[in-house]
Design a protein around this ligand. Structure first.
Ligand code: GCU
Length: 715
């Protein structure tokens, strides 16, 4: 075996504005290339997996040696030019790759090729994954390209409560060192702050690239303007240089009123100048974006949370989301940048039902006829970034009705990798099946003439094939930290992995992804793989069962979003568990059918009818749409009350089963990780029991019923 990478050498880059990672006074620096990164992955990966040193060649001579692995593009590599046609490569697009086996007599070699170096890097990772998961690496003829163009993380760097550092302080993610990237002024000793590149930044870049992610918005959506200051931009440039070889481009979250921040003096605007139609506002954003581009040539754009949860936005000044998004988009369009404008808005004046509000604020802008006769007011470089469900990353939500309804607008899907509402870093909860369920849900979308679309799963809407969009995006909310596994809980790492795989190809089976991950993370032994995959595959459904079964929503205590507090009543109605559960002597759940808020009417007719009728709505979504009588007969034959209690109990029992099952794996798992997961599972089981007991006891006050006899006593 040898690794052959021609022309991978470092390259010199010129920067108009030198950044901190360059030598003082210089405008040039040598940077790592993507092919070097691919070569290093192969050397490290093959060396580790085969347990011997693997030689690297830059000149293959006339024929590649037996077992050689060649990586490159048609530009970089003579062997690729000789073996892979330009047409074949063109068909996989910018980020895709081909992996092919070639034989000469008894000698064989493998060519990994992309149109771009990044494509070749993705192919390299895919090849290593095959080897690591014990799939065949001979007679390969693989052709892969992503279904979605922008596969980004939104790194919520300062969300300390969630997924990694919960209220009890036991979390391993953000720990006392803060989040993954250290900026000057964030509290660490100077020598460990950017522009110093810590190993873990490269570990994160490799992890992301290994599953095809190609961008990261590095700061929280509740954005701090400091990220737009020259001091920070210089540090961001150093970070961008370090991530670039892995194909990962930077973006920032911004605050709509940043131009008024005195930190930008003398370049500041007054409130009156924040007119999205005026030159001042657009000019300001254009100047700021040019400043970023001068230091980060491939800077991709801005994520914006506006008029949401106290963040400022265009509505504060009498303008709407279309005006605001388009103003910033127009300002950055000449620079090739994009705006990811979030639709997570729920202004209480819009409607009594929080779930209806986003579509009411955005839908009409999509529908609006334009002077040129086309429809949709949002500019082409605007993505509306929408969470998978209409509330807020709850463990199971119906799909957001905006998917399919916004056909004249680019839409990005936002998923939450960090487990804010799904057990944080304490509970083992594999989210692949949840995303698969959402992406494979039939929207029953119709065209303007009312005909059902052929391709209309949520995934088809998101990947653009349903409604003819070529610019497409999936965004994963993450909270990367400094734990070895980047995510705190060993099993949370699986969610980062799955997000990458599913954003590349949403049609994948989440069980297959889990199996790959288990093989790469724990063991290739058949019984271990089978057992852990089984644990993972039921873990999300179990969590739904003991937290919010049958479509119950948002019963979290407000202090940490981890534990239950169904009785909580907060200043804002729509933050209060009681607003969602609507518990009374008749039953439980929120009537959103035509007899209630009529939220169901926002879906296409087939779904609207299905969800709007208590007899046809899937039981796992029941209380999202209906107030369910305690004595309603469920499909199992039991009455709702009995079934509800039973479901809570089943969820907890699954966790008990996971704990016992994990114990049985002890001989196959290294001691440290075995005991770390074991400890988490013990906490998980207790906390799942707390959810069951707290909720069931509270519902009892309304139902007036006791535990059904066949469930035995609750703890
Ligand atoms: C959740 C979360 C907030 C976050 C918000 C968002 O509500 O609790 O911290 O800011 O989502 O998506 O903007």
């Amino acid at each position: 075996t040898a690794v052959i990478v021609e022309n991978a050498g470092r390259k010199k880059v010129h920067r108009h504005t030198p950044n901190l990672s360059m030598a003082p006074g210089s405008t040039e620096k040598l940077v790592q290339t993507t092919l070097e990164a691919a070569r290093d992955e192969l050397v490290r990966g093959l060396g580790g997996l085969l347990d011997r040193a693997v030689p690297v060649k830059t000149d293959p001579g006339d024929k590649p040696s037996d077992g050689a692995v060649i990586v490159g593009t048609r530009d970089s590599s003579r062997i690729v030019r000789q073996h892979i046609s330009a047409d074949d490569l063109t068909s996989v697009g910018d980020d895709g790759y081909l992996i092919r086996s070639f034989f000469r007599g008894t000698q064989g070699f493998t060519v990994i090729a992309g149109n771009t170096e990044v494509g070749a890097l993705y192919g390299t990772f895919a090849f290593l994954r095959r080897l690591q998961t014990h799939k065949s690496i001979t007679r390969l003829d693989i052709s892969e390209s992503p279904r979605v163009r922008h596969r980004h993380l939104n790194n919520w760097e300062t969300v300390r409560l969630y997924a990694g550092n919960n209220a009890s302080g036991t979390g391993g993610l953000n720990g006392e060192n803060g989040t993954i990237f250290n900026f000057t002024g964030t509290g660490e000793s100077a020598g460990r702050n950017l522009p110093v590149i810590l190993d873990r930044y490269i570990v994160a870049a490799r992890a992301m690239a290994s599953v095809g992610m190609n961008g990261i918005t590095i700061n929280l959506v509740n954005a701090d303007n400091v990220y737009l200051t020259p001091e920070y931009i210089a540090q961001e440039a150093a970070l961008a240089d370090a991530l670039r070889p892995y194909g990962i481009k930077l973006a920032l979250s911004i605050n709509y009123t940043a131009p008024t921040d005195p930190r930008f003096a003398p370049d500041t605007l007054t409130n009156e100048q924040l007119d999205p139609h005026g030159e001042e506002f657009r000019g300001w954003w254009n100047r700021r974006a040019r400043l970023l581009q001068a230091s980060i040539p491939d800077f991709t754009g801005f994520t914006v949370k506006a008029n949401s949860e106290g963040q400022p936005g265009p509505q504060d000044f009498g303008d709407d989301h279309g005006d605001g998004a388009n103003a910033i988009a127009a300002a950055v369009a000449p620079l090739g940048m994009k705006i990811y404008w979030r639709t997570f808005v729920y202004n209480a004046d819009v409607d009594e039902d929080r779930l209806k509000r986003a579509y009411l604020e955005f839908g009409y802008i999509n529908d609006e006829r334009q002077p040129d006769g086309t429809r949709g007011r949002f500019l082409d470089n605007v993505f509306l970034q929408t969470k998978n469900g209409p509330l807020d990353f709850q463990a199971r939500e119906p799909i957001h009705p905006m998917f399919g309804r916004m056909e004249h607008t680019n839409q990005a899907l936002e998923l939450q990798i960090t487990q804010e509402y799904t057990g944080q870093d304490e509970m083992l909860c594999y989210l692949g099946p949840m995303w698969e369920e959402a992406l494979k849900t039939d929207t029953y979308a119709r065209d303007e003439r009312g005909r059902l679309l052929d391709k209309r799963l949520m995934g088809h809407i998101v990947d653009g094939t349903a409604q003819g969009h070529s610019d497409t995006a999936i965004v994963g909310v993450a909270n990367l930290g400094n734990a070895d596994n980047l995510t705190g809980h060993h099993f949370s790492q699986a969610n980062l992995f799955a997000f990458g795989r599913q954003s590349w190809d949403w049609t994948l089976d989440s069980a297959d992804i889990a199996a790959d991950w288990v093989r790469m993370t724990w063991s290739n032994r058949k019984n271990v793989v089978g057992t852990i995959v089984k644990m993972m595959m039921g873990s999300w459904e179990a969590l739904v069962s003991y937290q919010t079964p049958f479509g119950m929503a948002h019963q979290f205590r407000s202090s940490d979003h981890y534990g239950p507090n169904p009785a909580e009543r907060l200043a804002r109605d729509d933050w209060s568990p009681v607003y969602y559960n609507k518990a009374d002597s008749i039953g439980l759940g929120y009537d959103r059918s035509s007899t209630g808020s009529d939220f169901t009417a926002q879906y296409f007719p087939t779904l609207a009818a299905r969800y709007g009728d208590i007899d046809t709505v899937p039981e796992n979504l029941l209380m999202w749409f209906h107030h369910v009588r305690w004595d309603r007969r469920m499909r199992s034959g039991r009455i709702f009350w009995d079934e509800l209690v039973y479901r809570y109990q089943m969820g907890v029992q699954y966790v008990t089963w996971m704990r016992l099952t994990w114990d049985s794996l002890q001989p196959s798992i290294d001691a440290r990780r075995f005991s770390e997961v074991k400890t988490k599972l013990t906490i998980h089981e207790a906390d799942a029991g707390d959810w069951r007991d707290t909720c069931v006891n509270y519902w009892k006050e309304f139902s007036g019923r006791d535990n059904p006899a066949d469930n035995g006593p609750l703890s």
